[in-house]
Design a protein. Structure first.
Lengths: 209, 270
């Protein structure tokens, strides 16, 4: 029996099919403080949480053109925490009027042998980067303000160089498929962050060229 | 049926009370800041306070619009007992703002109709509008619409013949750079500028599928040898749930890759 192609296989198996709703934007360094201040006021009252993560992106090349992508992430500030493995599907093309980017999302935790495991499975690491910044939460919505850095020597997370002079701002919600009120809520939250940062739906495939 | 409505009413009132309490606290701290710290107050932090209040008002609006909220307009509040004596419980509940539930406070707190002055004005306005006739009214409406759209246009399209200083002030303000946004999104989505085999620099690599995988050829061969044993260990190992379907598929795709690797897929193919 021929195995179906890797990239088209739907993700099944006992869990609810979760979708990630995403809006992205960026903010320059000089405006970072005002943005953090505003987010601290708008979001749920908790201790400001910072994070430093190292993300590796693994590709598996199938027979077809599109490789299968998995993202492995580990925390550099909490080295004992498990790794986090994530699969993100293609953005759903559907309703053009939907305000956020919607894509299938599968998140699992993994042990520290994850990189070797993926290598044995046939995945090859395509690129890696270090992200550090702040995370805020408002109800189900999560706002991540992060600074991305390029890793100069593969595997060495101390020696990094910033990608740009801006911080990436992402507003995301993880919800089961079919809930369109989520994107409305995200849009009204994004309105409150203007004009500091414009959060919008950026189609990654359009960025390629 | 009625019990359900009562429960809904109660729940809605509870959440409304808590939201209004948030607004009250925010206002309280804002007023305090304005009165006591006005020398050190900066415009961005004032804006933040306003943004906070606007967010809270938004939540209240959403709560009221929620279909589970019964219509508060249908409820009537009737005072059952008015007394000129000081009520300690009430004073504590309202933080000493309403110490006595007496005849004086009823017109202020339990009012449902507009104030008498406002009612007078409204009556005058409706008399006036009845007087001028429909055609004149229509012309006035059109004039108002035209004024509003002109104003909106002016606000939305900054014109070049504005003062140079306001234009330069505007240039200092942008707090985000769209080019940076695109660069960052590209980096996160597919590694634009991050591919480890490129010299560090904002060179956009091509399609990541063609991105050079150093050792992509030789290591694929190594994987088939380990692929058999790797499969058994993958089944027992801490495999993620969605990958349990995949070990079954791995052997076939790896073998296929091996065939094509020796043929057309050269790792340094660029």
């Amino acid at each position: 029996m021929e195995a179906p192609p890797v990239t088209v296989m739907p993700v099944t198996g006992g869990t609810i099919n979760m979708m990630e709703y995403l809006l992205q934007g960026s903010v320059l360094d000089q405006a970072l403080e005002s943005l953090l201040h505003r987010l601290r006021g708008l979001c749920d009252n908790m201790e400001p949480e910072t994070f430093t993560d190292h993300e590796l992106v693994y590709l598996l090349k199938g027979q077809q053109g599109n490789p299968f992508i998995l993202r492995a992430r580990r925390s550099l500030s909490h080295p004992k925490s498990p790794w986090h493995l994530r699969y993100l599907g293609q953005p759903e093309v559907g309703d053009k009027s939907r305000h956020a980017l919607v894509r299938n999302c599968v998140d699992v935790a993994a042990s520290h042998s994850l990189p070797e495991f993926l290598n044995e499975m046939g995945f090859r690491m395509d690129h890696e980067f270090v992200a550090n910044g702040h995370i805020f939460r408002k109800g189900a919505m999560k706002v991540v303000v992060s600074k991305l850095s390029r890793i100069l020597v593969p595997g060495n997370t101390e020696n990094t160089e910033r990608l740009s002079l801006s911080y990436l701002v992402e507003l995301s919600v993880s919800a089961p498929a079919g809930q369109d009120t989520v994107s409305e809520d995200m849009r009204s939250f994004a309105e409150q962050l203007k004009p500091l940062v414009h959060l919008e739906k950026i189609d990654p495939s359009k960025q390629r060229h | 049926m009625q019990q359900r409505e009562e429960k809904q009413l109660e729940a809605a009132t509870e959440s409304l009370i808590s939201r209004v309490a948030h607004v009250k606290n925010a206002l309280h701290s804002f007023i305090y800041k304005l009165e006591n710290e006005y020398e050190r107050l900066t415009w961005p932090s004032v804006l933040d306070n306003f943004a906070l209040l606007s967010g809270q008002l938004n939540t209240i609006n959403k709560l009221l619009k929620n279909e589970k909220t019964p219509s508060f307009r249908n409820q009537v509040i009737i005072p059952l007992l008015l007394s000129p004596d000081r009520d300690e419980d009430l004073a504590k509940l309202t933080e000493q703002r309403v110490p006595v539930f007496s005849h004086e406070i009823v017109p202020d707190y339990l009012r449902t109709k507009p104030d008498p002055e406002v009612e007078e004005q409204e009556k005058q306005l409706s008399v006036e509008s009845a007087r001028i006739g429909p055609e004149v009214a229509q012309k006035q409406i059109q004039a108002l619409n035209k004024l509003c759209s002109n104003l909106l246009e002016k606000l939305n399209n900054p014109r070049d013949d504005r003062d140079s200083e306001s234009a330069s002030m505007r240039q200092n303000k942008p707090s985000f750079n769209p080019a940076d946004t695109n660069a960052l999104v590209g980096a996160v989505a597919f590694g634009k500028g991050l591919s480890k085999c490129r010299p560090p620099g904002p060179v956009a690599p091509g399609h990541p599928g063609q991105g050079p995988m150093m050792g992509g050829g030789p290591t694929l061969q190594q994987v088939t040898i380990g692929g058999g044993s790797g499969q058994q260990s993958a089944m027992g190992g801490p495999g993620a749930p969605q990958q349990q379907g995949q070990p079954g598929k791995m052997p076939s795709s790896i073998k296929t890759n091996i065939k094509s690797a020796s043929g057309s897929m050269h790792p340094y193919n660029r």
